[in-house]
Design a protein around this ligand. Structure first.
Ligand SMILES: [Zn+2]
Length: 216
């Protein structure tokens, strides 16, 4: 770890303490939300209700740390994405993906639009942060591509209602190559992925399972 990243972690720890947030830098690859089962887990998360910022120990930890830290900033700024209503919608959405909840088309579009808006704001904050702290040497062009591939996944979700099972869209080279590197895509673009994105997403991000498509 470079001294600049060391310093950043110190700053994050201070900010967490100031806002009564628990900071976990796990020794394990995956971290788990309080309601998650043992096998599940994510590369990192920020949870406003649980007041926890948790990052797993994996190759992409820097990207995860800065992204989740910017979610924490959104929470500190009391943005609408962390309102009670948004948290409830968020929970309904995850239940919907697990077939535990029904959502009609309008509800689904509303929730996904809110989620992608929150993610886009978060990525905007990350890129501003990268500009402010050049010593972190964040590759902004690569980060932008990766963020765009992730934002567009919400358009995929709208159509297929399935979370990826294999490689994350944000680190899938075949998706990254299609993405602009100098700007974040609009919400409109994110929600309307081209066929090429859908095909590659099905092929690489769901490599271990087969999903029924329009062409079946
Ligand atoms: Zn996020």
């Amino acid at each position: 770890m470079t001294p600049a990243w060391h310093k950043l972690i110190g700053k994050i720890i201070e900010e967490c303490a100031l806002n009564k947030i628990q900071f976990i830098f796990s020794g394990e690859e995956k971290v788990r939300l309080p309601n998650e089962t043992e096998e599940a887990g994510t590369s990192g998360f920020f949870d406003g209700t649980e007041r926890t910022l948790a990052i797993g120990n994996h190759d992409g930890w820097k990207r995860t740390l800065i992204h989740e830290y910017c979610h924490m900033k959104q929470w500190i700024d009391e943005t609408s994405w962390f309102s009670n209503e948004a948290e409830k919608d968020n929970a309904r959405f995850w239940d919907y993906l697990e077939n535990k909840e029904e959502l009609n088309k309008e509800e689904l579009l509303k929730i996904i639009t809110t989620m992608v808006s929150c993610e886009r704001d978060c990525e905007t904050r990350v890129l501003e942060f990268a500009k402010l702290y050049p010593e972190l040497k964040i590759n902004k062009r690569f980060y932008t591509k990766s963020a765009n591939a992730y934002l567009m996944f919400y358009g995929f979700l709208l159509k297929y209602n399935k979370w990826y099972t294999d490689i994350s869209p944000s680190s899938c080279p075949e998706l990254l190559i299609m993405m602009p590197s100098k700007r974040l895509i609009s919400i409109e673009e994110a929600l309307n992925p081209p066929d090429k994105y859908i095909k590659r997403c099905l092929k690489y991000c769901f490599a271990s399972i087969r999903i029924k498509t329009d062409n079946d």
